[in-house]
Ligand binder design. Sequence first.
Ligand SMILES: Cc1ncc(COP(=O)(O)O)c(C=O)c1O
Length: 456
Amino acid sequence: MKNKDHADNSLNGASTTGLGHNLGKGQKLYEHAKTIIPGGTQLFSKRPELFAPDLWPSYYSHAKGSYVWDLDENRFLDMSLMSVGACILGYADDDVDEAVIESIKKGVNTTLNCPEEVQLAEMMLDLHPWFDMVRYSKSGGEAVSIAIRIARAASKKEIVLFSGYHGWSDWYLSANLASDNALDGQLMPGLQPNGIPRGLMGTAESFEFNNIDSLKAKIIGNENNIAAIIIEPARGELASDNFLTELRQIADDLNAVLIFDEITSGFRMCAGGVHREFKEKPDMAVFAKSLANGYPMSVIIGKSSVMEAAQSTFISSTNWTERTGLAAAIATITKYQKLNVHQHIKRIGESVKQIWESEAEKHSLNISTSGLPAIAGFTFNHENAQALQSAFTIEMLSRGILGFKQFRPSLAHTEKEVEIYRKAVDEVFLYLTSLNELDISNINLADSTFTKLTKE
Ligand SMILES: Cc1ncc(COP(=O)(O)O)c(C=O)c1O
């Protein structure tokens, strides 16, 4: 690709649908990475194969606002995952970065604790006054594992019933020991439980989101051993009022800890958890991603009756005390509240959803959109949907845009970027309608590698 700075430019005419492409520095580096890093990257969702194999730029040299520069200094407008939703204020936000730099200059880790631990706890408790106590870790998966440990310690029981995606940990993947498709309805199909002790079989079971009968079915026979019920309170859709009322009642009847995993939903609908808007409150919640604008930080928050159980087990790590993540979270939440960021990201997300819908209608493309405005996505209703998705991403790349089937808006996305994107979607959808079935089957496939990758 020859583009250096062409997100502002119109169609350059050339389709890059996988043929005759010369590898750039990023693609070459990724080829090498795969030989020394299993899977090539640390995060499944950043594997280039999921977007456009051999064409996705893979690495960035720097980023600012809603733009990313690859290793060949091509500039791309990010209309895709924005660091899987982590950078909610945009890349390299000046206010957050300044707070972090200041914390670095004051020393990031010493024999003593940094007072930001208490400051962030107060901020999170102010946002969620039904909770009393807070613990910290650095990643989402860690935070959920800690919450589950605390819940099991508090309830003195073992089984976890869950719906949603909750990370890479043993407790979660153990659900696939008994049946290798238990996790298939939960965002990531095909996860292999290799390396998980078989002794964990039966300790975690999945149920369907917003389906109370599915939960009840998993309780039968296990009534006395349910430690926790954990859900994502929103992803594609919000938990319904009826579901939440029954869920709360069931957790109380079973004396099980109710946990909301707000790692994706948190800060997407309002400052803090989406459950702030719900009548029913959980006993614990976990946050990561958008909390600290990309810096490593996660929060486990809950009622003291449950959280105190952290003292009856051992939960402790050196890097959970480091200062930059805390400073970043405090600066992110402060800015978020000052600028009412949720209103902006909902508006931008709604506009993008509307672009997908109106442009598809204009070009007679059959698509479906789904998800809350700030966590939205679209799919092609076509038997070769995955190939079309790849073609969409590839064509977007040729227009200087990181485009995908999902979009995570940030404060840095403005009407200007939305208009650039509208024009590109118009052109790309038109192009897609020009493809015949043979063209589509020849497309350099991205998503089709998904199941293969999860089974690797
Ligand atoms: C709801 C939810 N829980 C847990 C996780 C795991 O978080 P992390 O990738 O930070 O370990 C994710 C990540 O996508 C998530 O969306």
